[in-house]
Design a protein around this ligand. Sequence first.
Ligand code: G6P
Ligand code: MN
Length: 448
Amino acid sequence: MKLTILGGGGFRVPLVYAALLADHAEDRVTAVTLYDTDTDRLTAVARVLADQAAGVEDAPVVLATTELDEALRGADFIFSAIRVGGLAGRAADERVALDEGVLGQETVGAGGIAYGLRTVPVAVDLARRIARLAPHAWVINFTNPAGLVTEAMSRHLGDRVIGICDSPVGLGRRIARVLGADPERAWIDYAGLNHLGWVRGLYIDGRDELPRLLADPELLGSFEEGKLFGTEWLRSLGAIPNEYLHYYYFNREAVRAYQDAERTRGAFLRDQQEGFYARMKDPAAPAFPTWDRTRAEREATYMSENRDVAGAGERDESDLESGGYEHVALALMRAVARDERTSLILNVRNRTTLTVLDADAVVEVPCLVDANGAHPVTVAPLPYHAVGLVTAVKAVERAVLDAAESGSRSAAVQAFALHPLVDSVSVARRLVDGYTKVHPGLAYLNRP
Ligand code: G6P
Ligand code: MN
C-alpha cells in the first residue's frame, strides 16, 4: 500500500513512521511519499526517518517530493497534516486575539477561527485535487482545527475523508487506567465536536464504571482532567470534559495566563522548531536524537499555562510518550484496508447521530470502522448545556465555511461574533481587521 503524507516535512511525521515500522503484516504500507512545499523541511524529516529505519528489514520506502500531483497519484491512503502559514502564523493568530482580550488558541475561540479561515481554502483545493487524481484514496485529516477542516473537505470527498484527534482516546485511556480497567476493552461514550466533547460513560462488559470514578474524590483527582477541572466541577457536570473545555470553563484564567506568558504556545513552538530544522542542516547533527529531544520538550510543555492556572503540576509520565495520533491513524487505516472491524472515536459526518445537528455536520463520536469506512454509532443525546456549546460552535464553523467560499467579510465577522468566547460584535470586527492586516492568506476576504 502507498501512503502519502501532505505536510510530509512536518515535525510529527516521525511518529507516524514509527507506527508504520511496527507493522509487519502482509498488506502493510510499503511506500511512503512525503509531500511538502519546503525542501529543507523534507530533507530534515527524511533524515530522521532514515535513522528510524536503520536495521528494520521491511521498513517502508520513503520518497520525498514537492510535486503534489505526483504525490497524490496511486495513493491508497492520504494523511493531510498541513500547517498553513506555519507556526509563525499560529503565533500571530494567538497574538491578535490576546491583544483584544480574547482567547488565542490554535483550535478554540478567535485563534481557531483565524486558523480555520486561513486553512479552509487550502484544504478545499487539496480535496478537489484528491477527488480528481486519487478518487479511491481514503483521506485521514490531521490538520487543525480538525473538525472544521474535515467538514470543509467532506463537501468534496464525502465520507472518504475522516478526521482524527488523539485527545478523546487519551482521555478514555486515562479514565480506564485510574479505574483499573483495560483501555482496550472499554467502550467510551464520548460525544461532541472536535476539542469540544465529553465522556459520559465508560463501559466494561456492559457496565458503566464512570459513576464509580465520579463518586471517589481521590481517584477523580488523580489524573490530568481531575487536576485540570477540579473534582467538584467534574462531579457537578457528571461527565469528564475533553481537556480543551478548560478554555471554556476557565476562560478568564486561561486568557490571562496566555497574556502573561513570556511566549505563547505558537511562539514557543515556532522558535523551538526553527532551531530543530536549522540544526538538521548540519550533516553531522544526529537526526533522530535531535528530533526526539525536541519532541520530548514539546510534550512536556503541552497546555502548561492551563495546568499552571489549575495548579495541576507536571504531566503524567504515561501522557508524555507521544500524542497517540499515529496510533489512531494506523488503527483506522488497518481497519479500512483489512476490513478488521474496530471502534474508534473519529470526526465524521453526523447523519442522525446528534439530533440537534444536521446530517452533514462533522461531529466527533464513536464509530465502527470497516472496509466501507467509519460509521457513527448512536449515542445518548447531549445535555442542554452541551447542546448550547456544540450548536453555537457549529454555527461558527458554518460561518467560517461561508466566508471561505464567498470571500465575504461580514461572514467572517459573524464567525467571530457568534463564538461563545468572543464577547462583543465590535471585538469581532476588530479581530477581522487585525487578522487581515497580519495574514496575507486572508486577502481573499475582500467582499462585503
Ligand atoms: C493534542 C491535540 C492536537 C494538537 C496536539 C499538539 O494532541 O489534540 O490537536 O495538535 O495536542 O499540540 P501542540 O500545542 O503541542 O501543538
Ligand atoms: Mn486534536
